[in-house]
Ligand binder design. Structure first.
Ligand code: GAP
Length: 443
């Protein structure tokens, strides 16, 4: 099987409208991306699966949509103002900037080749800052949030008092985060503007280890449910040098991206650090009175923190395949799980004439309540199948002359390319059944 490279994913993403470089007509903006018609649908589908998993399938998790801009003291309390930085060096000759952990300081500059041209390492804060209000002085300085989690902590008390939740419970949030990443390699893997799906699970001190194990199991199972190949997922435990000073334990779920194993999601035992910090910096009580024990304490937090946009890259990488067919032809196919595929069903009239296109259009309209659909009349039927394979559409329906007579159509399955003849009144149930039973065949 042909190798899956990042170049192939980038090229397909642009060609088929998944992801574009931001502001491309002006030469592009490094590390910023636009999600095109198929990309935004794929991203929304992943987000919706996660949201359903958290707030519908799991009990005791409520949602939140906090603002991106927050009081600047939040980021002092969280430790981001003091610590959220990477040590960097600049090349004095070409002015390129590098993370010290990503280059050999003893060697020449990788951009201009000059020797001994690096400055001393300096800490470079990753938060983007801006100003609020008319004045742009120190008093108006605010930040674009570098993670969504802090909005959850600052709303902890409001949610406890307004939502009848009792510990243990979780708060889930999906939203944009911003980091002034100096090295924005690997397409959407590491970008300056991205989306996170975070859930903070508040629990009683002493129960945190058990919940940590529970959430590890749940989060790994989620990716299997999403149809991601198990052989491409693994755990990585943070060593002493990686672990945040307040964290009791931390594991990453890693995915085998085209450029190697990389972090996809973190599961962290953050202890009572964040709420304690906010209590200290805001002067507002963040304790919880446990009605079961009558004890008052600052809850411990187990965090599950996944990158939504990084999940999009994983979904594309995992689905991408160049398959050699029996006739020697190669087809590019995205083997998305039907739950995340941007288009579920394509309806294709075999020919345009004799009322076939009209009948096919009518059928496509009738399926829109149930599925995301696509209608394509142009080109040979084989070419149209290939186009649908390339964007990962799991089902194609072909309407032909016989359809006009007996109300049957051909249903084609993307993965096996098997075709079956079924009545139009059976389509919805056949597709729902196939979705329910979908299993990726690993080749
Ligand atoms: N609240 C904890 C937190 O933000 P993190 O490990 O810094 O932890 C969590 O980020 C997840 O967010 C990562 O596993 C990754 O999927 C995603 N992420 C982080 N930085 C990113 C970036 N620059 N571009 C895209 N995704 C990013």
């Amino acid at each position: 099987m042909a190798e899956v490279t990042l170049e192939k994913i980038v090229s397909l993403s642009k060609r088929r409208g998944f992801v574009f470089q931001s502001s491309e007509i002006y030469g592009g903006l490094n590390g910023a991306y636009d999600y095109g018609p198929l990309g935004v649908q794929l991203k929304n589908n992943i987000r919706d699966l996660w949201w359903k998993e958290m707030t519908q399938i799991h009990e005791d998790i409520v949602g939140l949509d906090a603002s991106i801009l927050m009081h600047p003291r939040v980021w002092e309390a969280s430790g981001h103002v003091a610590n959220f930085s990477d040590p960097m060096v600049d090349c004095k000759n070409c002015k390129s900037r590098f993370r010290t952990d990503q280059i050999d300081l003893a060697s020449a500059c990788p951009v201009c080749g000059n020797k001994d041209s690096f400055t001393e390492p300096r800490n470079f804060n990753l938060m983007f800052s801006t100003h609020i209000g008319a004045a742009s002085d120190a008093g108006s300085l605010i930040y674009l949030r570098p993670e969504t989690a802090q909005g959850i902590y600052t709303e902890f008390k409001n949610i406890v008092s307004s939502s009848r939740v009792k510990i243990p419970f979780g708060i889930a949030q999906v939203g944009k985060a911003f980091r002034n990443e100096i090295t924005t390699r690997h397409f959407i893997f590491r970008s300056v503007e991205f989306e996170q799906m975070e859930m903070q699970w508040f629990c009683a001190p002493g129960t945190d280890d058990e919940w940590f194990e529970y959430w590890k199991t749940q989060r790994f199972a989620f990716y299997e449910k999403m149809g991601i190949r198990k052989s491409h997922l693994r755990w990585h435990q943070h060593g002493k040098d990686e672990l945040a000073f307040y964290a009791k334990d931390a594991y990453d779920i890693q995915y085998l991206f085209p450029m190697g194993w990389q972090e996809l999601e973190g599961v962290h035992n953050r202890t009572d650090y964040d709420l304690s910090q906010h209590q200290e910096f805001s002067g507002k009580d963040q304790t919880y009175l446990d009605p079961a024990t009558n004890e008052r304490y600052i809850p411990y937090v187990v965090e599950t923190s996944a990158g939504l946009t990084r999940n999009v890259l994983m979904a594309l990488s995992d689905a991408y395949e160049e398959e050699t067919l029996e006739d020697g032809e190669t087809r590019t196919v995205l083997r998305f799980h039907p739950n995340v595929a941007p288009v579920t069903v394509a309806v294709l009239p075999l020919v345009k004439k004799d009322g076939i296109a009209e009948a096919a259009k009518e059928l496509e309209l009738s399926l829109r309540e149930e599925f995301t659909t696509f209608f394509d009349v142009s080109g040979a039927i084989g070419r149209r199948y290939r186009r649908m394979d390339e964007i990962g559409t799991p089902y194609c329906i072909t309407v032909d002359y016989r359809s006009l007579e007996d109300k049957t159509v051909t249903l084609r399955y993307r993965d096996s390319m098997e075709q079956v003849r079924i009545g139009t009144d059976e389509i919805v149930s056949a597709i729902k059944e196939a979705n329910k039973n979908y299993k990726r065949v690993e080749k």
